[in-house]
Design a protein around this ligand. Structure first.
Ligand code: SF4
Ligand code: SF4
Length: 413
């Protein structure tokens, strides 16, 4: 695509990157076919191709309007379009650049800006978010339905392993996950312990930065990355094998650290090492097949009526990390039968803070997703990202679990 970027951005690093991305797009529209918002709304401006065009116009000097921002806000950042694109267009990076410019040139209403500021400042602070979640959980049954759906009942991390191992992996506790679903990292710790690996968490690490990044606060997201690198570095230097992420959304964001901090002389090298050392929990467990297989063989046979599971593949797992089939293979090896799920490439509508900021569209995507997941009459739904798990569990009585919890339970039988 031919581009003539305006003076305000042409000679900046972001401008050069945007130009390179825009030039790759041949405007074929293949991506529109797999875009959830285009499927729901049928408006070209709510498709990847339409949004690329909107961003191009803004970067070429057109004044963005509220309507421009609305179409960009409606994007889930699900990256389904990137999976489909035959030209390798890095759409999400272009979206980040476009959103930042639109944000600065077309101010939001006071109410919208306030809501985003609350999310930016509450969610990434584990202590603050944890206290708010505890308060919500204590009055959960009295909350109105919409709020109750966002607040899971209180739960615990379960028993912690007592052994220690020479092999150590650093896990990210994250921001929302420990307050909402502490058993996810609890289960990961127990499964890794059975495989001879100690899972440790670094004091001082916190939100991966995805929340601020998605809310157009790139500088804050970079601060989150630096803080985490500072917390992880001494552990990496003292022999930890690497980092394991139990939320695929956090994993895909941490893998962006090298790009985010490439111009920071104090952090560029460290960020690159962190990226090389980071893996999703499904990759870690798969690599330990030699130790896992005999443990699974020693488990009691799984009763017939507990076998049927539906797996929801988060966008971050399939479109960002490009990990497909790995969790499914692990669950199959553990004795589960996975149901067929229609349109498994589509987002469930969670998408970070999307369910709060775009509730109507998010609900339509959620309803479609749950219909697809329930079609095979599973006994439970498994997934790989805390956001999807909470979003879906708030709208169904069917248990929704992280797959590592399913595996942990299986290994305890
Ligand atoms: S599929 Fe790729 S090249 Fe084609 S319009 Fe979409 S982003 Fe552009
Ligand atoms: S990231 Fe998802 S919602 Fe946004 S344009 Fe691409 S496919 Fe559509």
């Amino acid at each position: 695509m031919e581009t003539h970027l305006a003076d305000f951005i042409r000679h900046t690093a972001a401008g050069r990157e945007a130009e390179e991305i825009l030039r790759r797009c041949v405007h074929c529209g293949f991506c529109n076919a797999t875009c959830p918002t285009y499927q729901l709304l049928g408006d070209e401006l709510d498709s990847p191709r339409g949004r690329i065009y909107l961003i191009k116009q803004v970067l070429e000097g057109a004044e963005p309007t509220e309507k421009t921002r609305l179409h960009l806000d409606r994007c889930l950042s699900c990256r389904s379009c990137e999976t489909t694109c035959p030209s390798g267009v890095r759409y999400t990076r272009l979206l980040d650049i476009g959103r930042e410019v639109v944000e600065s040139k077309a101010p939001r209403t006071a109410a919208d800006a306030f809501m985003r500021s609350v999310l930016r400042n509450l969610l990434p602070r584990p202590a603050l978010f944890g206290a708010a979640m505890k308060m919500g959980q204590s009055v959960r049954l009295m909350l109105p339905g919409v709020l109750r759906a966002m607040v899971p009942p209180m739960s615990s991390a379960g028993p912690a392993p007592r052994r220690s191992h020479a092999r150590r992996l650093i896990a990210l506790a994250g921001c929302a996950q420990p307050a909402m679903y502490p058993n996810i990292n609890g289960a990961a710790r127990r499964v890794l312990d059975r495989l001879g690996i100690q899972m440790i968490e670094a004091a001082g690490a916190g939100c991966c930065g995805a929340v601020r990044q998605h809310l157009n606060a790139a500088a804050g997201a970079q601060d989150d990355a630096r803080r985490n690198i500072d917390a992880w570095w001494p552990l990496l230097e003292s022999g930890a094998e690497g980092l394991v992420m139990t939320a695929s959304g956090c994993c895909s964001h941490v893998l962006e650290y090298a790009h985010q901090l490439q111009d920071d002389p104090d952090y560029a090298v460290k960020a690159a090492r962190v990226v090389l050392a980071t893996r999703d929990i499904s990759e870690v467990i798969t690599a330990e097949a030699a130790a896992l297989t005999p443990l699974l063989a020693a488990c009691k046979p799984l009763p017939e009526k507990q076998r049927l599971l539906a797996f929801h593949t988060p966008c971050s797992l399939q479109h960002a990390l490009k990990i497909r089939g790995t969790v499914e293979s692990l669950l199959a090896a553990a004795g589960y039968t996975l149901t067929a799920v229609a349109d498994s490439h589509l987002c469930c509508g969670s998408a970070g803070t999307y369910s709060v900021l775009q509730p109507a569209l998010s609900k339509r995507l959620l309803d479609n997703k749950l219909t697809a997941l329930k079609a095979g009459a599973p006994v439970a739904i498994a997934s790989a990202n805390v956001g999807c798990i909470g979003h879906m569990q708030g709208a169904t009585d069917l248990p929704v679990k992280h797959w590592i919890e399913v595996l942990d339970q299986r290994l305890s039988s």
